[in-house]
Design a protein. Structure first.
Length: 196
């Protein structure tokens, strides 16, 4: 099945989840993630905030944990004119608003952009990933471009409610893979260095 069909299929599956299921599965993903001790030793984390209407993984659970253990957090601020993402600092005092796509972003007075080169761990939105670590997102390419501006050893983590599929067939050379995929009941390691 190609990306377009997979995107439609898994978006439908995710929309079929109840809000309670989204909440419970999000916590299960978080509990899986807590087992990966080395990712919590880093200092700078980039994390997407959920589009609730799309039933995305509730990453505010992770954000609250990172704030509790004193980490630096950045969140994406979309620049739709450049079709790119700005890397904005987030803390307890950051005021958020939804943009026209339902994405939480800092108010302009709370928008502090820093270089993506600071990021050590990145949580990437997706619908599904395959057993090689390739992902299906929303098809706009925002994160593929953004990742290319980060340092090469940034740890890329994908979160999904669904068991990965065997293979996405129409991958091209600009598609970037994740290093770790996490579902409610399993952790998948794709990067050989991280496996060690």
């Amino acid at each position: 099945m190609n990306k377009k069909k997979l995107r439609k299929k898994y978006f439908f599956y995710r929309q079929s989840l109840s809000q309670r299921e989204v909440f419970e599965k999000s916590y299960e993903i978080f509990f899986q993630m807590k087992k990966i001790f080395f990712i919590w030793e880093k200092k700078y984390y980039h994390i997407f905030l959920p589009i609730r209407e799309y039933k995305e993984v509730d990453t505010f659970i992770i954000v609250n944990f990172l704030l509790k253990i004193g980490k630096y957090i950045t969140i994406p601020c979309s620049n739709f004119h450049r079709i790119s993402i700005d890397n904005c600092l987030f803390d307890k005092k950051t005021l958020l608003k939804k943009n026209k796509y339902g994405i939480f972003e800092p108010l302009s007075t709370h928008k502090y952009v820093i270089s993506p080169s600071f990021i050590e761990v990145m949580f990437i939105p997706l619908l599904i990933f395959d057993l090689r670590g390739y992902r299906i997102g929303y098809g706009k390419g925002f994160y593929d471009r953004f990742i290319s501006s980060c340092k090469r050893n940034v740890i890329k983590i994908g979160l999904s409610f669904f068991t990965p599929i065997k293979k996405i067939i129409d991958i091209h050379e600009k598609d970037l893979s994740i290093d770790i995929g996490i579902t409610p009941d399993h952790i998948f390691f794709f990067d050989e260095i991280i496996k060690k």
